[in-house]
Design a protein around this ligand. Structure first.
Ligand code: F6R
Length: 608
């Protein structure tokens, strides 16, 4: 999400920067901007919309003839997409101009602190505080100012900083957000990703977390967080541009699967402040929660599957009836929705026509609505009474992966927060759940470390014509998602069944050689699932089971087992979806399918 670039050298910086930003377009953006050192100070141009708008405003860069500058493509997080919220942001007084990628978690207290020192703010972004904070610490030494500001910042950042007093340099820094430096002859670059400058140089330096770099046309200095100069290693890039845009992954889908730990962390951590969940929902107070008689969740496709998991979790913790409806069915059902109903609308794109129509119908019926949305400023985000954003970043592959998992994270947080307000969650359970949520990204990382077994299983299965997924309760929701992921990208016919339904008809489809993926992530249902596995095995099926490591008996009954690292029960859906995403991915890759753009499907379904 967001792209930052910087250039210093003999060429016209604006031309290089506009070109470099175009190579970062794949990251997704809704506005862009550029800042260039000119003879009379730093000039900033910004524009909502495509880069073409910025090109027109700057006459393809000709209006900004200087040689040192920074640029940005913004994917809105804090504040709607607009000229005002676009980067670069200047400090009050314009001594410091920055571009930022990431999320400043503590921007509100920092803003308060800076306002008390007389600083003013002009945007709704978290990033603007960085410009003012650096300015606050600036007493002539750019590195010291940036270092001092970073000590106060909580969150993630990749930064490019210009100082009016130092027209020959760019200061760069990063933490949990990518930033690379490109080394040319008499010119140097910074960027969020290598393809931005790959056309100009293949010599790169990877900036370490928390280090601060000073980039000049003829030199690079790097300092550690204590201000000591540190040596750096130069690398040579061998990739071509198209591979690099996917960060070295063959497909966006695989890249996005691997981004899940980061996406979950970004979604959860800014909302947990000193051991307490803070959702920032102004209108969801205790009185409203206590008046709720029911909750409806409505969504399409994978987002609907998230809703199915959410239902189980919410009913368990809140003791309020929860219904999950496909958005495409919702308004034809005459839903029993009124002012005492909370309607949760889940959508990655925020533009899905059926989901938007369901939201409008819910509002017409007087319900209180909350959108769980990934794309900031999208229709659902704007029209719902409140919105909870999932900080997954732009999702480019048609098949959703990281957005799915961040939607789940938001539902966990929201449920726990409501349970707490209703007095239905003990302090100790609340603290325990929060701890387990904090560990979730690490567990996902562990799971992603070795995927060789899943690749092997995909090689055994990619020639199958039919694949069945079975599971009970939460694992039934998971079965639906695993099956959808597989069929949409591999074109293999797949069915998902609540395992208890087998004996009511489905079992007639099972014959020698049928492949059944049995989801056994819930300990309390293990015995039942083992008996379901035996039932299909007795009809000749080959069974791949998915279960936590050391689950008893499972290795004896299934032909193959995909194991999950030990985890708390309630985070099982977030973890267990990952092997299913990988399985679908590897099967589709072996079949040579167009994974990121499967036939007949669109990322954003804006027709009903
Ligand atoms: C499946 C998938 C779709 C979407 C569905 C809803 O991998 O991506 O099923 O989940 O089209 O889209 P959003 O969440 O954008 O409303």
């Amino acid at each position: 999400m967001c792209g930052i670039v910087g250039y210093t050298g003999a060429r016209q910086a604006s031309e290089v920067i506009l070109d470099a930003l175009e190579h970062l377009e794949y990251r997704g953006y809704d506005s862009s901007g550029i800042a260039i050192h000119e003879a009379d100070g730093i000039h900033v141009e910004k524009a909502r919309g495509r880069l073409q708008v910025l090109r027109e405003r700057t006459d393809n860069g000709a209006k900004l003839p200087g040689n040192v500058g920074i640029g940005h493509t913004r994917w809105a997080t804090h504040g709607e997409p607009s000229d005002r919220n676009a980067h670069p942001h200047a400090s009050a007084g314009s001594r410091v101009v920055i571009v930022h990628n990431g999320i400043i978690e503590n921007y509100l207290p920092l803003q308060e602190f800076l306002a008390a020192q007389g600083y003013t703010f002009h945007s709704q972004t978290d990033s603007e505080v960085v410009a003012n904070l650096i300015d606050y610490h600036y007493h002539g030494d750019p590195v010291e100012a940036v270092r001092a500001a970073l000590v106060q910042i909580k969150g993630s950042y990749a930064l490019g900083v210009l100082f009016t007093d130092h027209p020959d340099l760019i200061v760069a820094a990063r933490k949990n957000s990518p930033l690379v430096i490109g080394l040319g002859e008499g010119e140097n670059y910074i960027a969020s990703d290598i393809p931005a400058f790959l056309k100009y140089t293949r010599r790169i330096v990877r900036l370490r977390e928390l280090d601060v770099a000073v980039v000049r046309a003829n030199g690079l200095e790097i300092y550690d967080p204590f201000g000591n100069p540190v040596p750096y290693t130069e690398e040579h890039v061998e990739w071509d541009v198209s591979a690099a845009e996917k960060g070295g992954y063959e497909h966006f889908m695989l890249k996005e699967i691997y981004e899940q730990p980061r996406a979950i962390r970004d979604t959860i951590s800014p909302r947990v402040v000193e051991g307490k969940i803070e959702l920032g929902l102004q209108s969801l107070d205790e009185a409203r929660i206590r008046s709720l008689k029911q909750i409806y969740i409505t969504a399409c496709g994978s987002s609907y599957h998230v809703g199915m998991v959410g239902r189980v979790f919410m009913e368990r913790l809140l003791h309020i009836p929860v219904r999950v409806e496909l958005a495409s069915e919702f308004r034809y059902e005459n839903p029993l929705v009124d002012a005492d109903t909370l309607v949760l609308v889940i959508s990655q794109s925020g533009e899905t026509a059926d989901t938007l129509a369901a939201l409008r119908e819910a509002k017409r019926l007087g319900a209180y609505t909350i959108g769980i949305v990934n794309v900031v400023g999208s229709a659902i985000a704007t029209e719902a009474d409140e919105v909870l954003y999932t900080w997954a970043g732009p999702e480019i592959a048609v098949a959703t992966t990281k957005a799915y998992n961040t939607q789940l994270s938001v539902l966990y947080l929201m449920t726990m927060s409501l349970a707490r307000m209703l007095g239905r969650m003990e302090d100790t359970t609340y603290a325990e759940y929060l701890q387990q949520l904090a560990q979730l990204p690490d567990l996902c990382e562990k799971l992603l470390q070795d995927t060789s077994h899943i690749q092997y299983l995909a090689s055994l299965c990619f020639a199958k014509d039919d694949i069945f997924f079975i599971g009970r309760n939460l694992d039934y929701a998971l079965a639906l998602e695993g099956s959808l992921k597989l069929k949409e990208i591999s074109y293999i016919h797949s069915e998902s069944y609540a395992a208890g339904e087998l004996k009511h008809g489905t079992i007639s489809l099972i014959q020698p050689g049928s492949l059944v993926i049995a989801l056994c992530t819930q300990k309390r249902l293990l015995e039942r699932m083992i008996s379901d596995i035996r039932t299909v095995k007795a009809r000749g099926a080959m069974v791949i089971a998915l279960a936590e490591e050391n689950t008893p008996f499972i290795q004896d009954v299934a032909d193959h087992v995909i194991t999950l690292p030990a985890h708390a029960d309630f985070v099982a859906p977030s973890l267990s979806v990952i092997p299913l995403q990988l399985f679908a991915y590897y099967v589709a890759a072996l079949k040579g399918c167009d994974i990121d753009k499967p036939r007949n499907l669109a990322k954003s379904v804006t027709v009903e």
